[in-house]
Design a protein around this ligand. Sequence first.
Ligand code: AMP
Length: 585
Amino acid sequence: MFWPVIPKSPASWKVPPNLLDYEPTVATFSWDAVRGAFQGLPENRGFNIAHEAVDRHADGPLSDRVAIRWLGAEGATLSIRYGELKTRTNRFANVLKGLGIGKADTVAVLLGRIPELYIAALGTLKNTSVFCPLFSAFGPEPVYQRLSRGDAKILLTTERAYRQKVAPLMARLPRLQSVLLVDAREHASDRLLSLPRLMAEAADAFVIPPTDPEDIAVLHFTSGTTGMPKGALHVHGAALTHYLTGQYVMDFHPDDVFWCTADPGWVTGTSYGIIAPLLHGITNVVDEADFDAVRWCRILQAERVTVWYTAPTAIRRFMRMGIEPARQYDLSRLRLVHSVGEPLNPEAVVWGLQALGMPIHDNWWQTETGGIMIANFPAMDIRPGSMGQPLPGIEAAIVERADGGVRVIEKPNVQGDLALRPGWPSMFRGYLHDDARYQKCFVDGWYLTGDLARRDADGYFWFVGRADDIIKTSGHMVGPFEVESTLMAHPAVAEAGVIGKPDPLIGEMVKAFVSLKPDFAPSDALRLELIGFARQRLGSAVAPKEIAFTPDLPKNKAGKIMRRLLKARELGLPEEDLSTLEDSG
Ligand code: AMP
């Protein structure tokens, strides 16, 4: 189906966008000029994200501005002003310091979207320690993998999550010095401490130690296809990208109220759910509750949200429920709606026109890029289904693999690997403990994103698919290997192959194909047992929703399970090149 271009003109703007002329801005762009937006630490002590996001506002005219507007799942609300945010994050930094935690030590957080999470994130950055968020719906196995691979020294969590997920892991985590419980009144032991008590005893003042822009600030785990999760390392200097995308993509203006619905367990929830809005000194709405269409409409209205950043799965839920927020709610303050994380169907972009009174702006990036790289900018015509054009300062290309390297495909509309020219400020600086894997991402002066895409003659990029077997379910990345390994820990399972099965609502659903050991026979009871087994260990966000039994799994000559073939068979697609199948020759 042909989707007409959605034109943009000054008549359609509630506020003139910050980026008006794309081409001239690209032509004259320099990252050095972006640096001018920041203050730097006093006395030339360097550059720290938390200073730029909190302290410089707290010490200036924005001190009384609401920085975080928190909406509790049960109806409580809390507004934390920049001045207060400075004190609270200082206290947390002092807590860490008091525990002997310093530069480059990892502080992990397994929490829902509660104020402590945000205070811990910024306080950790102030202390020049490394903030490592874990998605609160993870089960014990993903939590263990990330805490041990991330060398976490501190973990913040709740009493309940500690009991259910962490306590059984403690003996296997010798490097984990202390667990700080956000809801415990008293310390239980040297290793199990009460955060409220520590915060009450901590001093209000904290001097941010010297911070190099290249110091590691955030550790985000992302899924691989062939191994356990990879820890992508991000530096303080990444804030330049967060600031610039806040200015050009999110189009922040001083009075904005911004709401990013992503959870900080994933990169969107830290880069845009914490850092970018605070760098701009605006109000950042945080909702503790999970998706609820009516609740979300009420929040847009009651909090007078001006810029909204959400995800395709949520938009598709609205569409399916037939909810058109603009009809029943006062969205007169809403100016821009953005989406990220999975392909945004053209229908959804156009749905926004009627249901929200404006189109939805798709943008593209990934954990490794640290910030938005390709976007539909507010002043730019939208081609529904396209991810938009590269951010000024970002060189993106479609490349093909040739002669052991890569070659740029200049011809428009040809599918290839989406590649970026390395060197932007928020580019990941490594995979923790895995330099070989990091180096493999860079070929002939390009960073290969792992996505397939094409570029049209006017420079708009169009997503085609992943080049690997990574699964995107409800916008969350799931590595098939992690799921397969867990299933194979069940006594009945001989082998498992896991794929993403396309799903109209959640993008892809995790589906496992399982072959059983000789003494076991397929049955519905066993299927349910395996689903329960996986859920208990992996958590609902990662565990398979469907399991199919199969006598054997297709493998290549090296004995590797061919997930692509499983997927082709599941979808009834041609099985393409079978020459590497185990029994084909
Ligand atoms: P993550 O690292 O979890 O943020 O996932 C990044 C991946 O999500 C990308 O490499 C893409 O495969 C996918 N993705 C992100 N944004 C988009 C988008 N706008 N359209 C299509 N796929 C996207």
